[in-house]
Design a protein around this ligand. Structure first.
Ligand code: SF4
Ligand code: SF4
Length: 432
């Protein structure tokens, strides 16, 4: 059955939104892949249910407010895409839909406050550092903080790592095989600056020159994820200018946070119908996750046994967690695993229910703390069941969520598994 969306009211992405709705045959194969259906057990919180809700709003037969709780509860994890036999491109419906209704839906004040605080701090590393310091200082007084804001405090580490200043460029070690530009990220620079250091060490080790364009900013993914199209467009424009205005050309724009990478790959969608749509498409085609870039040059890696492997131990068990925005949004599943398997003495193990999101999903764990916590607990349990002392992933949001829930779920007297970015683990094993 074909359904027509009134294109004139559906914005510049109307065609792809319409196609996504028309491609859904309502078969329900996506239900078992959807984490929110798993937790909430309601048809309206399934991919199929949400597609129908969005269609009704776009056709004018349902107010956006009525559909909002179910669309807000969607993680945007895209686990529904690989599960769909009909090839529904859910991403081409959800994000533009959220941007279309963003100014029409009035959210409850606790959610508005959390979103406002996240939007005003996370994309700006200076502000976020100050806010995080304040949050850490007041955590012991959590009872005095409004309950709606406590989930934000829970995600903060016990202390912030020291600041790491990036240089504008890093030469390749040995023979140069190319040049890449690095997205430095915003919140990640505050929470885990060692991830950029490790990324640069690995990239230069394999012979890539790394440029860090100095005027770059937040990629805009956090804003795009909650439907704030205006802010997402402004961030996208800023970064396109910062990365492409230089005289140097790059083989790739490298990201080491899956959420940022998938958002930047959607710049064409964010800026569709604007004067720089073509440039946005050119930019998006250059964006690649670091694991993909390193895997292309994997023969140049010189690797040794993990330093945490003690004398007499032959193998270190390492669990790999698929970040949804890497596995589902970018289709990157094999490359990080291949890189880890190259390390002598590493036994790679998968985490059960790997299709289930950990609950991080951009600012979802701030926005929808109950569902996020349930998913975080389940993921921590699955990681602990592997018995691995290390869990590796490619997204700062997942790493933060895993750290929080592993600390809460590990039994007293047992060590909490180390949570590391793929590049951090790889760097530890570089034989320089
Ligand atoms: S699996 Fe695909 S076609 Fe089937 S209901 Fe889900 S989105 Fe629609
Ligand atoms: S994006 Fe994730 S949470 Fe949303 S409908 Fe798809 S599978 Fe479910």
């Amino acid at each position: 059955m074909q359904h027509e969306i009134p294109i004139a009211t559906s914005g510049p992405n109307a065609d792809s939104m319409s196609e996504a709705v028309n491609t859904c045959i309502r078969c329900g194969f996506c239900l078992s892949a959807c984490p929110t259906y798993d937790v909430l057990q309601r048809e309206s919180d399934t991919p199929r249910g949400r597609i129908i809700l969005m269609k009704e709003v776009l056709e004018g037969s349902m107010p956006a407010e009525q559909a909002a709780p179910h669309l807000d509860a969607c993680l945007g994890c895209l686990a529904c895409e690989p599960a769909c036999p009909s090839g529904v491109s859910y991403r081409h419906l959800l994000s533009p839909y959220r941007a279309l209704v963003h100014d029409r839906v009035r959210t409850a004040w606790p959610q508005r406050l959390r979103r406002w605080l996240a939007a005003q701090t996370l994309p700006y590393s200076g502000r976020f550092r100050l806010a995080a310091k304040l949050g850490i200082m007041t955590r012991s007084l959590a009872k005095l903080v409004p309950s709606s804001l406590r989930p934000m405090l829970e995600l903060l580490p016990s202390e912030l790592p020291s600041r790491s200043t990036l240089q504008p460029s890093y030469p390749a070690l040995g023979e140069s095989v190319g040049r890449v530009a690095l997205l430095a990220g915003c919140a990640q620079q505050v929470l885990a600056p060692q991830i950029n250091d490790a990324t640069i060490a690995v990239l230069t080790h394999i012979g890539l020159e790394v440029i860090v364009p100095p005027k770059q900013g937040c990629c805009g993914s956090l804003a795009w994820h909650v439907g704030d199209g205006k802010r997402a467009s402004a961030f996208a424009r800023h970064n396109i200018a910062a990365f492409l205005a230089r005289e140097q050309t790059f083989d790739a724009i490298v990201t080491n946070a899956a959420g940022c990478g998938s958002g930047m790959q959607e710049y064409e969608m964010i800026l569709r119908g604007t004067d720089i749509e073509t440039k946005a498409a050119e930019f998006a085609s250059l964006v690649h996750d670091v694991s993909l870039v390193v895997a292309e040059h994997a023969d140049r890696l010189r690797l040794r046994r993990p330093p945490s492997l003690r004398d007499g131990e032959s193998m270190l068990r390492v669990a790999y967690h698929d970040a949804c925005h890497l596995a589902n949004a970018q289709g990157v599943r094999l490359q990080p695993r291949e890189l880890l398997c190259r390390i002598p003495g590493v036994e790679l193990v998968d985490v059960s229910e790997s299709h289930l999101c950990c609950g991080s999903a951009g600012t979802y764990n701030i926005d929808q703390p109950e569902v996020a916590s349930e998913l975080g607990r389940r993921k921590a349990k699955a990681v602990l069941a592997t018995g691995a002392p290390v869990v590796v992933s490619g997204n700062i949001g997942c790493l933060t969520q895993l750290q929080t829930h592993l600390q809460q779920s590990t039994s007293a007297g047992h060590p909490v598994p180390r949570v590391m970015h793929t590049m951090e683990f790889l760097r530890e094993c570089l034989d320089d």
